[in-house]
Design a protein around this ligand. Structure first.
Ligand code: ADP
Ligand code: MG
Length: 271
């Protein structure tokens, strides 16, 4: 059964897209079948995966969602692209920006993405959703479709308030729409190990949330190599495979897979 993980933070520039690409390809490198979904009208994930002009693509996640709203079937593999490093992905472009408005008059509007994904998720071990930076209806759709959420937090700024809002949205979706939704973990990104601020923020987050929510042991270091990958259409593993960011994303991949093992084991014991 495919596990759906939403990579979400309503703030822009926290490393959502970079994490979706490199966790996704990291999982594929471990032999998992992976689908990535660009769920941001900016199409950054689509660009990172080698399509510099997403607006020229004719089939994107917004068309697929529209079909699902209109109860039209999709063909096998429709709209799904392949990346040479072993992941499938569904692109997005500016058309997704009309979706919030379209959803207003749609029946079961929170469940549109979930309904669409239910047709394809079992072809994969993992489906990762690169969420749009807002807490609007698209994010609610992603959280309703997801089994788990990963929250990348940029370690240059005090994220406290934004994080509270996001956690309260997750809690609300869990209560009203998706009772089994879990937070897989908070991920510190762009950590500049030379500064005290980064250390302070890391400690603060671990102290404030660590007792209730998993904060990944792995922290993603700040590195210009990571920033450069967006333009070359490759993962960090092929762009700078011996660098510290590649190492960090490899470790994150293991932590995500270990989380899975642990929860599986726990539920086996309970049964
Ligand atoms: P989001 O999807 O949350 O907006 P991105 O993943 O696009 O965030 O990252 C924001 C910017 O920071 C991008 O230009 C990206 O290339 C860059 N970036 C991402 N991770 C790192 C990192 N570890 N070190 C340096 N720059 C990074
Ligand atoms: Mg992004």
């Amino acid at each position: 059964m495919g596990k759906i993980i939403a990579i979400s933070n309503q703030k822009g520039g926290t490393g959502k897209t970079t994490t979706t690409v490199n966790l996704g390809i990291g999982l594929a490198n471990e032999g998992k079948k992976v689908l990535l979904i660009d769920y941001d009208a900016q199409g950054s994930l689509t660009q990172c995966l080698g399509y510099p002009n997403p607006d020229e693509l004719s089939v994107t996640i917004s068309n697929l969602m529209e079909k699902s709203i209109n109860e039209q079937p999709t063909e096998h593999g429709e709209g799904i692209l392949h990346h040479s490093e072993g992941v499938d992905f569904i692109p997005a472009n500016i058309e997704l920006s009309g979706m919030e408005t379209l959803l207003v008059n749609t029946m079961s509007r929170e469940r549109v993405l979930k309904n669409y994904l239910s047709q394809i998720k079992d072809n994969y071990d993992y489906v990762l959703i690169d969420c749009t930076p807002s807490l609007g209806m698209l994010t609610i759709n992603a959280l309703t479709a997801a089994n788990e959420v990963i929250i990348p937090v940029q370690s240059h700024f005090l994220p406290a308030k934004g994080l509270e809002q996001l956690l309260s949205t997750v809690a609300k979706v869990k209560r009203q729409l998706n009772p089994t939704l879990k937070i897989n973990g908070i991920l510190l990104t762009m950590v500049d190990g030379r500064t005290n601020l980064a250390k302070d923020i890391s400690q603060l987050i671990r102290k404030t949330y660590g007792s209730n929510i998993k904060v990944f042991k792995t922290e993603i270091p700040l590195s210009v190599k990571a920033a450069e990958t967006s333009a070359v259409g490759k993962s960090i593993y092929s762009y700078d495979k011996n660098g510290k960011v590649a190492d960090a994303y490899r470790n994150l991949t293991k932590e995500v897979m270990d989380n899975e093992q642990r929860t599986k084991h726990k539920s086996e014991i309970i049964r």
